[in-house]
Design a binder for this molecule. Structure first.
Ligand code: ZN
Length: 245
């Protein structure tokens, strides 16, 4: 089975549509989304509807919980908070209800764990080896321990590996998943990449080959940026997309 793992779509319809085109040639059995379907960009309903229509497995992100009123956005910066208010007004009741009911984590086919932030917390960021170490411990202490976990939230594609000698970062665009080691992998962001590369990012996990491969693809970033301005959302949200930041 080949899984596509995506995260942080953030209402970016052009990037999400291009993703579905991109995977046509990749023989994907299932797509899993690590949360933040909405927030920042201008097409929340269209993105939620594509997730629902394509029966994509999805966990809740911090923007999904703020935009649907489960939690308050008082801890968000001004740009993000502005987008949360705009999104909560734009979402249809059905789409808001779908987001509200998303789980905080998913064990996918007993193969891997899908989360947004930390194993035990949607809002926290895995920002370095120390955070990764804590999350490897959390993965081991689960009722059903896992050795592979995909997370989102930072919008930066990378992989942490714990092979018993402390936490390392994997280099290159492929990670071989071997027995006896544990992995925390971020596929990057579909809708708002933040590693100075404006191309959208996702990962493919091939269970037969035990291999995770990172993918990048271009989409019409200028169309997304124009929609942000037309919607009256902050100009900086349009500019950052072009910079990949
Ligand atoms: Zn996000």
């Amino acid at each position: 089975m080949r899984y596509a793992v995506i995260s942080d779509i953030h209402s970016n319809l052009e990037a999400l549509t291009a993703f579905f085109e991109e995977i046509k040639a990749l023989d994907i059995g299932k797509t899993v989304c690590l949360g933040d379907v909405v927030g920042y960009n201008a097409n929340p309903n269209e993105c939620v509807e594509l997730i629902r229509k394509n029966r994509i497995l999805c966990v809740m992100g911090n923007h999904d919980s703020r935009a649907t009123g489960i939690e308050s956005a008082s801890d968000f910066n001004l740009l993000a908070a502005h987008a949360v208010v705009w999104t909560s007004e734009a979402l249809t009741p059905e789409n808001a209800e779908f987001l509200k009911n998303l789980p905080r984590s998913l064990h996918v086919d007993k193969k891997f764990l899908a989360i947004h932030g930390w194993v035990n917390n949607t809002d926290s960021y895995i920002m370095g080896a120390r955070d990764a170490e804590r999350n490897f411990e959390l993965m081991r202490s689960l009722e059903k321990p896992v050795n592979l976990c995909f997370f989102g939230h930072t919008h930066v594609p990378l992989a942490y590996v714990d092979a018993g000698r402390g936490v390392d970062m994997a280099v290159g665009d492929q990670v071989k998943v071997v027995k006896g080691a544990s992995y925390l992998i971020n596929p990057g962001s579909i809708g708002q990449p933040r590693d100075r590369d404006p191309r959208a990012s996702f990962a493919v996990f091939d269970t037969k080959k035990s291999l995770v491969t990172f993918h990048r693809f271009e989409y019409d970033v200028h169309a997304t940026a124009e929609k942000i301005l037309a919607a009256g959302l902050p100009e900086r949200l349009a500019e950052r997309l072009k910079l990949g930041w």
